[in-house]
Design a protein around this ligand. Structure first.
Ligand code: DC
Length: 219
């Protein structure tokens, strides 16, 4: 199953819970781009150095451990779950994910991870590129205002002092980069069901996605 959509549309919370209720594995592909971005930052690789970034992306061991609720992300054996969530790494991941070489390395691994089936994979290009034959495809979206407000609340809860205006600008920047990059731009697959969560609670969004699954699997 593929769940794609723009930043802060609620993909992770929804995908994780949908996976849990279906008894499927959950895979957050954004975490993979984030792990590459963190490794690049730490090793002092310039974000415009496509060749070195590609080599790094091919060589970095990225592993997921634990349950869908408490899943951890390991990069070369180190637990980077928290380190990859900083605003700096969000920005770097957005840049790193525009590189074709990095994308190819990640997509190849994601296909291997999904090969056995029984997985809810979350990202930007899952329904269009990674798993074009996914049984169920959902494009989860929400208005810019709703997404900025949610991300703002999340950052405040983590103790980061940012204004709503700043967060809105960052979300807009990320949307622009995701939607206009030459390689695998963010867009709904032709056979994806669009779920707009602007006016939905988390529980309602989960129910809406489970309803898509029910309809697809009955069809
Ligand atoms: O979903 P996220 O914010 O954790 O993703 C981090 C970055 O990686 C984001 O800028 C978009 C990019 N990304 C991507 O290009 N393709 C994916 N399948 C997943 C994430």
């Amino acid at each position: 199953m593929a769940i794609d959509g723009p930043t802060a549309a609620g993909k992770s919370s929804v995908a994780r819970e949908v996976a849990r209720r279906l008894g499927y594995a959950y895979l957050d592909t954004g975490a993979m781009y984030r792990a590459v971005a963190l490794a690049a930052r730490r090793r002092g690789v310039a974000l415009r150095d496509d060749q070195t970034l590609t080599r790094l992306a091919r060589g970095l061991a990225i592993d997921f451990t634990g349950s869908p609720d408490g899943g951890r992300v390991l990069a070369d054996g180190e637990d980077v779950t928290d380190a990859i969530r900083s605003p700096e790494i969000s920005e770097a991941a957005s840049r790193v994910s525009t590189k074709p070489g990095v994308r190819e390395a990640m997509v190849a691994r994601q296909r291997v991870l999904a090969a056995a089936g029984g997985v809810v994979m979350e990202g930007r290009d899952i329904g269009t590129v990674v798993l074009p034959d996914a049984e169920v495809k959902v494009f989860l979206t929400a208005s810019l205002e709703a997404r900025a407000a949610r991300r703002h609340a999340e950052l405040l809860a983590r103790g980061l002092a940012v204004t709503l205006d700043e967060v809105r600008r960052q979300v807009e920047d990320r949307d622009r980069r995701d939607e206009t990059r030459a390689h695998s731009p963010l867009r709904p697959a032709p056979d994806a069901v669009v779920v707009d969560t602007t006016d939905l609670t988390l529980e309602q969004a989960i129910a809406a996605v489970l309803e898509v699954v029910r309809r697809r699997t009955e069809a």
